[in-house]
Design a protein around this ligand. Structure first.
Ligand code: PMP
Ligand code: GLN
Length: 381
């Protein structure tokens, strides 16, 4: 095995979902909804398949209808303008967008500053590019980034800042002030910024603002998002990259040799999804906010310390009240103990001790499933 892949093994999401399947436990681990997205969007995919749209290799950058819809969505929600012909690239989920971006923009030895706990694919993609990840630790209970610490971590080798807001797994949403301070550092040190915004529509406190909209940022920012979370089609793997033409063109070069192009018919369907009326986005968010509170109350009642997330569909908790010392052992045993699967946050830290007492639960499930999980967890104490 290539040494760059040392320690990357099987993703925690695959491991814990397999455990859920093997034990029949309720899976509040991997973040995927148990209710599919809008019927009209599913029908659009079926129509595309039937009518032969996208059954053969679609255009490399993505079908024009989807690129136009991505561009219009950015203008509609954030007043940002991306030329669909030069500034938008469709990818196989945000996962491929992250991989292609890292492979396209990093030289071996470059340093990437990224929040910790980090989404697992960041560590893998930075390693595969031969670069070095420098963690900026977000600490409980607020998980706010320490901007003095960020400044102190910038060295002459720092090439890019990898942001994620709303943040998986903590649910932290960067404030306007934090974004401005980060942008100022990026400009001062001439850094690239890659921002993973897959939870852009899942914000319950505050608002999501793309950092690309700030002065001096447009030409140095690669924005990444995807359809999986926003439209509840995580299996379709439709994602995208938005940036100035030269950056997109570099990422496209890498993408060409990863997947060549992304699957066709779903692109037609997501082009329609992005044009759904505001009411769709508003009611989706309201529904998830209610689920956040439902599961949050259940976890509190079960004895967990709960860190209220401002966004995403995850709640990070602390298991110290149970006298537990090792989140991984806790999560391995949880299905046996009470029939629930969760994710040990220790895997999202370089130093597993840092997240040793944190467990992540997802709330993107039906109310009856969340209620049943909460009642099972009450038997833990
Ligand atoms: N980034 C973050 C922060 C995520 O949580 C996920 C998981 N959905 C992804 C990227 C990957 O997104 P996709 O499923 O579109 O590849
Ligand atoms: N983003 C999802 C999560 O954090 C999982 C995606 C994956 O399995 N790679 O749970």
């Amino acid at each position: 095995l290539n040494r760059r892949l040392d320690g990357l093994g099987t993703t925690i999401f695959a491991e814990m979902s397999a455990l859920a399947t093997a034990t029949g436990a309720i899976n509040l681990g991997q973040g995927f909804p148990d209710t599919d997205g809008p019927e009209s969007v599913r029908e659009a995919a079926v129509r595309a398949l039937r009518e032969g749209h996208g059954n053969q290799y679609p255009p490399g950058p993505g079908i024009p209808e989807l690129r136009a819809a991505i561009s219009d969505h950015q203008r509609r929600f954030y007043d940002l303008s991306f030329d669909p012909d030069t500034d938008v690239l469709v990818t196989a989920g945000a996962t491929e967008a992250i991989a292609a971006t890292m492979l396209a923009l990093l030289e071996p030895g470059d340093e990437v500053i990224a929040f910790e706990p980090f989404y697992d694919s960041y560590a893998a993609c930075i390693a595969m590019a031969g670069a070095k990840r420098v963690p900026l630790t977000l600490r409980a209970p607020s998980f706010r980034p320490d901007l003095d610490e960020l400044r102190a971590k910038i060295t002459p080798r720092t090439r890019l800042l990898l942001l994620n807001t709303p943040h998986n797994p903590t649910g932290m949403v960067l404030t306007a002030e934090e974004q401005s301070a980060i942008a100022a550092l990026a400009v001062e040190h001439d850094l690239l910024v890659v921002t993973d915004e897959v939870y852009e529509h899942l914000v319950y406190e505050g608002t999501h603002r793309p950092i690309a909209a700030l002065p001096g940022m447009r030409e140095r920012t690669v924005s990444i998002s995807s359809a999986g979370k926003t439209f509840s089609f995580t299996g379709w793997k439709v994602g995208w990259v938005m940036a100035d033409g030269p950056l997109v063109s570099a990422v496209r070069t890498a993408k060409q040799y990863l997947t060549y192009v992304s699957a066709g018919p779903f692109q037609y369907a997501i082009a329609e999804a992005l044009r759904l009326p505001d009411a769709y986005f508003d009611s989706f968010r309201a529904d998830l906010r209610r689920k956040r509170d439902l599961l949050g109350d259940g976890l509190l009642a079960a004895g967990f310390e709960v860190y209220q997330p401002q966004g995403t569909y995850f709640i990070t908790t602390d298991i110290t009240p149970f006298g537990e010392k090792d989140t991984y052992a806790f999560c391995r045993a949880l299905p046996e103990r009470c029939g629930v699967v969760a994710i040990p946050n220790s895997v999202f830290y370089d130093d597993p001790d840092a997240g040793r007492s944190q467990v992540r639960f997802t709330f993107c499930k039906r109310d009856d499933v969340l209620n049943e999980a909460a009642s099972r967890l009450r038997h833990l104490a």
